[in-house]
Design a protein around this ligand. Structure first.
Ligand code: SAM
Length: 298
């Protein structure tokens, strides 16, 4: 889930394209479409709020509330989101079908990014101000490095990677603790895993001083913006670390404790498609019958 802090960054840097990899339950689309709707009436008017069976990861008892739009006209603000999972794609498509400024794709993210950005890369210019929210996890193949290789060809970008280890804040032994982060096939998601992709590119790296609403860590990578354009970041709850600083370029190995993490072991033992089906079944039960055992939370 995207951090609320990004709302200010979006406004200040005049971002008009959010590109998300990993749609899932479209919680980030629900949030960011509200931001764009407040910035441009053409993006659409929120006509009503919709509650489906989908529940937030933040707390299993909190349903996700989706904005339903009317009067949307072609806007300079657009959201593009891709998921490899058909159910996620179709559910999001159903919810946001009334808004032509929200574009959904069913594909693997690296293929989607290649076709979305080819035109801008070929012309060696950027027509739009992009924020890439990279959050495609859980598959056999982890597309993050391939996504970054494509985005790095642009002359200007803002990248946010969710579930990222924050130096000095995340505890390597507790991947699901405060400032939580992903471990993928024994690889911790931190700057050391991707910094080689940026050795020939000058980037600025910012980390949040507070985790996001789901208690996860994240990172903000900027390229092509001037010092003065980024000066306002100093007023936000962020701290900067130089891209070559050893405090995040050195690999961090999972500890025995993080390797024994129950959630990660479960993910390795049970196919993710089965876990997701079970979770969706659980959500359906709560949606239809939850009022019998947790009436105050429905
Ligand atoms: C952590 S969830 C995304 C959460 C979502 N971004 C949000 O903020 O609510 C990860 C999603 O990435 C998707 N995914 C995994 N591998 C992918 C790939 N190669 N291409 C596109 N999506 C992928 C999964 O199907 C899953 O829905």
């Amino acid at each position: 889930m995207i951090d609320i802090l990004l709302k200010d960054i979006l406004k200040e840097l005049n971002i008009n394209r959010i590109v998300e990899t990993g749609t899932d339950k479209a919680e980030t689309i629900a949030e960011t479409s509200r931001w764009f709707a407040a910035m441009d009436p053409e993006f659409g008017t929120i006509e009503r709020q919709l509650k489906t069976e989908a529940r937030s990861y933040r707390s299993w008892s909190v349903p996700i509330i989706y904005p339903i739009f009317s009067q949307a006209r072609p806007s300079r603000y657009q959201i593009h989101s891709v998921d490899i999972d058909q159910y996620s794609y179709e559910s999001a498509k159903k919810i946001f079908h009334s808004n032509p400024n929200i574009h959904l794709y069913h594909s693997s993210s690296e293929k989607f990014l290649t076709s979305l950005l080819n035109r801008e890369i070929d012309r060696n210019r950027v027509d739009h101000n992009y924020l890439f929210f990279l959050d495609a996890h859980w598959g056999e193949y982890w597309p993050l490095r391939d996504e970054l290789k494509i985005i790095c060809k642009l002359r200007k970008y803002i990248i946010v990677i969710d579930d990222f280890m924050v130096p000095g804040k995340s505890n390597p032994s507790f991947p699901n603790g405060f400032f939580g982060f992903d471990i993928y096939k024994g690889q911790i998601l931190n700057w050391s895993y991707i910094c080689d992709l940026f050795t020939a590119v000058q980037v600025k790296i910012f980390y949040p001083s507070q985790p996001n609403r789901d208690h996860r860590g994240w990172v903000l990578i900027t390229h092509g913006y001037s010092e003065s354009e980024l000066a306002f970041l100093k007023t936000l709850a962020l701290f900067e670390i130089n891209q070559f600083d050893k405090s995040h370029t050195l690999a961090v190995k999972p500890t025995w404790r993080s390797s024994c993490n129950a959630r990660n072991i479960l993910k390795q033992l049970v196919p993710i498609s089965l876990l997701r089906s079970l979770y969706r079944g659980y959500e359906k039960i709560i949606y239809h019958f939850g009022c019998f055992f947790m009436p105050h939370k429905i």
